[in-house]
Design a protein around this ligand. Structure first.
Ligand SMILES: [Zn+2]
Length: 243
């Protein structure tokens, strides 16, 4: 079973002084909710830094007041409205070339300014494109908007800004729409650790608003196994990007 194999590998790494690095990104926060409460408690108790991708358009003081006492949370920009402008059956995309570029960039500039003003030191100049999709032309324009990093899904590719991606998505979007089986998720983590092209940090992607019991149980288990393991380190996005 993959959990057992993962633990065996980590114990072996601990003996050899090797370290697995993880980071956690959660998307779609706008207002405080019971689900966000649960995620904050879980990460705080486990000592896991959290990068929260906040949708700028309709968020305001309530979420800011609520997150301010949580020093383990960093805030990234999750597009502007999380509206899709693509024509079905094309996949959902906010940050594409469906609209004039100036309009898209104007919204991103507005989202950056709004969250930076709200969150101050908790804000990081990272763009998290809704649905992890962004046109290359828009990536090229990010430095001029003040963004210094980008986070999508999959292996990192070179870009005009630093890239810190997520690699393991705990949700089954196309099947049950609930959490994926822990067995599959541990196997995926293991495949990244055993890869001959290792990623700098394995990014775990969560969506607190839609977690079912299986999704929460996986996070509980993952943190229980890794948070205090001598061969594991949960790093914050600012730490990984600053290094
Ligand atoms: Zn999203």
């Amino acid at each position: 079973m993959s959990e057992t194999r993962l633990m065996a590998l980590l114990d072996h790494w601990a003996d050899g002084g090797r370290m697995a690095t993880f980071w956690l990104r959660d998307d779609d926060a706008v207002v405080p909710t019971p689900a966000l409460d649960r995620l904050l408690a879980l990460t705080r108790d486990a000592g896991v830094p959290l990068t929260l991708a906040v949708i700028p358009e309709n968020t305001d003081e309530p979420l800011k007041q609520y997150l301010q006492p949580e020093p383990h949370v960093s805030i990234a920009v999750h597009g502007w409205s999380h509206r899709s402008y693509s024509e079905p059956p094309a996949k959902n995309q906010e940050l594409g070339l469906h609209r004039p570029m100036a309009e898209v960039l104007g919204e991103l500039r507005q989202g950056f300014a709004k969250l930076q003003a709200l969150y101050g030191p908790q804000f990081i100049a990272m763009l998290v494109p809704p649905w992890n999709r962004i046109a290359p032309e828009i990536v090229e324009a990010l430095p001029a908007l003040g963004f210094t990093s980008l986070s999508v899904f999959g292996r990192e590719k070179p870009a005009a800004v630093r890239v810190l991606n997520t690699h393991v998505d705990i949700m089954d979007w196309h099947g049950t729409r609930g959490g994926r089986p822990a067995e599959d998720l541990f196997a995926e983590i293991l495949s990244y650790l055993e890869s001959d092209r290792p990623v700098r940090a394995i990014g775990v992607l969560t969506h607190h608003l839609v977690h079912d019991d299986q999704a929460w149980a996986f996070l509980d288990r993952l943190f229980a196994l890794t948070a205090a393991h001598p061969a594991c380190r949960w790093a914050s996005a600012p730490d990984l990007l600053g290094a």
